[in-house]
Write a protein that binds this ligand. Sequence first.
Ligand code: FAD
Ligand code: NAD
Length: 470
Amino acid sequence: MANPVQTTLLIIGGGPGGYVAAIRAGQLGIPTVLVEASALGGTCLNIGCIPSKVLIHVAEQFHAIQAQAGDSPLGIRVGAPDIDITASVAWKNGIVKRLTQGVGALLKKHKVTVIQGRAHIVDGKTVDVDPALRGRAGAPQRIRCEHLLLATGSEPMALPFMPFGGRVISSTEALSPKKLPASLAVVGAGYIGLELGTAYRKLGVQVDVIEAQDRLLPVYDAELSRPVAASLKALGVGVHVDTRVLGLSDDGKALRLQKGKGDETRLEAEQVLVAVGRTPRSRGFGLSSLMLDMDGEAVRTDTRCRTSMTGVWAIGDLTGEPMLAHRAMAQGVCVAEQIAGQTRYFTPEAIPAVCFTDPEVVTAGLSPQQAAEAGVDYLEASFPLAANGRAMTLQSTDGFVRVVARKDNHLLLGWQAVGRGVSEMAAAFGLSLEMGARLEDVAHTIHAHPTQGEAVQEAALRALGQALHV
Ligand code: FAD
Ligand code: NAD
């Protein structure tokens, strides 16, 4: 065994949770070692958030040009476009490379020691890194630490009767297509299924989406998912809700489906993208030996990101839902600052969530239904994008902004919006909730014209009975 490395903070996993914790720890002067088995940036930068948004952008550009070919109402005259998906994937890889190299440079700048290899937990203060996985022979590298931060992320959930392989793919393969299939069946109409399903459709693939529940995006309320469903229909995506996948047909060329209690049907598909959720990565590296309190596969943490073992912390997807990169990053900062001696809690007012469909969906804080379930006496008001000038210029008026606030003192409780480009409203939504703003604060803030942001102000005005443009 080589001489053990001694450090204050040892982080397993270099995704957005782990690498942000490491940068912040470095800023605070904490000796830090980060172990990463694959690539810095984790799921988010390599096979998640960024690659998916690249593919969505490529598909949107392609589709937009295609929409102008022929008799464009905008007066643009252009021929039918073509897509070279190999070049698109290369462009995506370039962006991923720039970002992951940037993470490496930031870690170096903040004097974080990065060790490439698979970590195996020996005990709460000792970790071995397998040299074979670092391409070297010899004994494992042992690292001893005062604090161990677990940030190992998550992996795609497989359907037991239809494992990944061959024509059954996960988001990872769908983000690096060697060629586009003629047809794609998407199992699961959640974030990944609808983001990637929409992108593939816009690239010209015949797409069918199969969802077990009775509507698309069941994580959101029906009003929010309605414009997304309408847009999928207009794009020609086949939508099969309340439908169970029974497996692949004997010839392997089709999915066997059952809608409700109906008869079995067959759906031909060249590829099948399974996107039915992700599982915390808590197995295969000795974590179980710590006997931590768990919630299923997720490590249970308290409001300070502490596990049930002193000195062992956990953040990000490993700790369960919501599995979002910005949550992992905020938790990483929270842990680093506590190790530096600060009193910090991870108790945000809201964690915004965005689904990058067309139109996009953004939420922060409580929906009307959640406010009702919490027993709060609330007000809600919506402002339609059909009454917003900027939305008209963007040819995207199917959507709205909705606000939820306490009835007694008008304290904001939540925001929801659906529409083209509304993801950027997440900043205003999160800020207003975190700062404890009231309806009047938003209603009396001058919003630039013409922007879709005016719909945010108008929703607040409407809740006060003072809407100007509706
Ligand atoms: P991860 O990013 O999964 O990183 C964990 C890291 O730990 C990995 O690099 C892994 O190699 C490493 N690791 C695991 N075990 C070991 C070990 N034993 N030794 C050493 N290293 C190890 N979220 C958003 O907020 N917005 C989005 O738009 C978005 N889009 C997404 C699109 C897709 C297709 C997917 C799959 C996910 C998306 N997400 C999005 C979710 C987001 O990627 C995750 O929430 C985020 O990456 C979680 O960060 P993390 O640090 O917890 O884990
Ligand atoms: P998801 O939980 O968003 O959606 C899974 C969907 O599959 C659900 O609608 C569920 O009802 C359905 N489903 C489950 N089992 C099924 C079955 N057997 N047959 C048919 N449908 C079934 O999960 P996901 O889309 O795989 O994404 C995983 C996680 O990754 C998300 O929860 C999210 O945290 C993260 N993510 C976030 C973004 C973003 O922030 N924009 C994008 C992609 C992924």
